[in-house]
Each structure stands twice: as structure tokens, then as C-alpha cells.
Write a protein that binds this ligand. Structure first.
Ligand code: ZN
Length: 220
């Protein structure tokens, strides 16, 4: 019997929480890994711990707050006003340069130490901002790089890569955790759990997805 373990990069938001339960369904054991990267809303890590405990998975928190000192962004810099719209020719200032590169690289080293080769991340190419480190090409490239860097056979799983927010809600529902994801997760850029502040880009995207999903569910 092959005892398979997955390490989930886990922020406690809608996407990574859905991925946590997705992984629970597919692997014998799941470990959730959260990062303190200097985010203004460190409460997200407390919420992540609570969700991990409800999911009965081991939760590891790692301090990588140096990331916030490398590049300026409005998720870690309290003096910056968050972009609520995507600027025409660049990324909104909620983009944390290198975040997924660091998170997944650190996750891979952590996983290797424990004989784990499955990594799970909630990135999605359909993400509203089109962050470059959420795209499939980046993940595939990093997967190859990590394998070459450590002479390992990591598999980076991205269950949400090609689905939109409505389909992510559908997946949570399928996994039996729609209510948990709706009420216990923190996606809001203003740090308000559940349905959030309602007006930041993350809340709008999340709410529009939920409305679309609930409507399609009624119609069937
Ligand atoms: Zn919000």
C-alpha cells in the first residue's frame, strides 16, 4: 500500500480551504502549511489554524516575513492604499512579488525532509488580476525547477487552475464544505472573515462567484 501524503499551501482563504478538503479526499494524510509573510491581516493565520483543526489536519506555520521587505505591496505595507481596480498596464498593488515562488519552494524543501512529494496550491489562472505566479506556465516551470534543484519527483497539484470562482464554490459544495468555506475562511483584503467587507476586489470576485453558483444550483 502506498501511503500518500500531501502538503497544502494554506492561507485559510476560500481557494486554499477548498484545496485542503480536495486533498483530504485524495490522500491518506494531509498537512497544511501557512506562512506569515508580513501580511497586515495576520489573523488569517489564526483562522487557518481553526479550519485546519476542524478538518483534522496537521497545521504548520512558518515565518517568512522577510518577503514583505523585498518588494512593496499593499497587502503588507500599511502606508499603501490598496488598488480596488486593476490598473490598465500593470498589476494591482495587491500583487506580492515572488510570493508563490517562495511559498512553493519552501513547501518543497519542507516536504522533501518528510518524504512528501505531493504539493497542493489553490492558484488559478482565472484569478481576476492575472497574477503571473498564479499561471499554469509558472507552476509547470517551477515544478520542473524544484525537481531539478533537489533531484526529486514533486507533483504540484492545482485543482483550481482552470475553474472560476463559481466553479470553486461548486467544488466546495461537492466536497460537503460549502458552509464552512463560506463562513470560516478569510479572503477579504480588508481582513473581514466570511462574506467580508463586500467592496474589495477579493470580496467582489468571491461574492459574484457565489451568487452565480447558487443561482445555477436553483435552476437545476
Ligand atoms: Zn473585502
Amino acid at each position: 500500500m502506498n501511503h500518500s501524503i500531501a502538503l497544502v499551501v494554506f492561507s485559510g482563504g476560500q481557494d486554499s480551504t477548498t484545496c485542503l478538503f480536495w486533498a483530504k479526499q485524495r490522500f491518506d494524510k494531509v498537512i497544511a502549511l501557512s506562512f506569515l509573510y508580513g501580511q497586515k491581516h495576520q489573523k488569517e493565520v489564526e483562522l487557518a489554524a481553526r479550519i485546519a483543526s476542524k478538518a483534522a489536519v496537521e497545521h504548520v506555520v512558518m515565518d517568512v516575513s522577510f518577503i514583505s521587505q523585498l518588494g512593496r505591496n499593499s497587502l503588507t505595507d500599511t502606508s499603501m492604499v490598496m488598488d480596488e481596480e486593476k490598473p490598465a498596464k500593470s498589476y494591482p498593488n495587491t500583487f506580492v512579488p515572488g510570493r508563490n515562488l517562495f511559498f512553493l519552494s519552501i513547501a518543497a524543501v519542507y516536504a522533501r525532509e518528510r518524504g512528501i512529494n505531493h504539493l497542493v496550491t489553490g492558484v488559478s489562472q482565472t484569478d481576476f488580476s492575472g497574477y503571473p505566479d498564479c499561471r499554469d506556465a509558472f507552476i509547470k516551470s517551477l515544478n520542473v525547477t524544484l525537481n531539478l534543484a533537489m533531484d526529486e519527483q514533486f507533483v504540484i497539484h492545482t485543482p483550481l487552475m482552470w475553474i472560476d470562482k463559481a466553479e470553486t464554490w461548486a467544488l466546495a459544495d461537492e466536497l460537503g464544505v460549502l458552509e464552512l468555506v463560506r463562513h470560516d475562511t478569510l479572503t477579504c483584503y480588508n481582513g473581514i472573515p466570511g462574506d467580508g467587507c463586500g467592496h474589495c476586489p477579493a470580496c467582489r470576485l468571491r461574492r459574484e462567484g457565489l451568487q452565480k453558483y447558487l443561482l445555477s444550483k436553483q435552476e437545476h
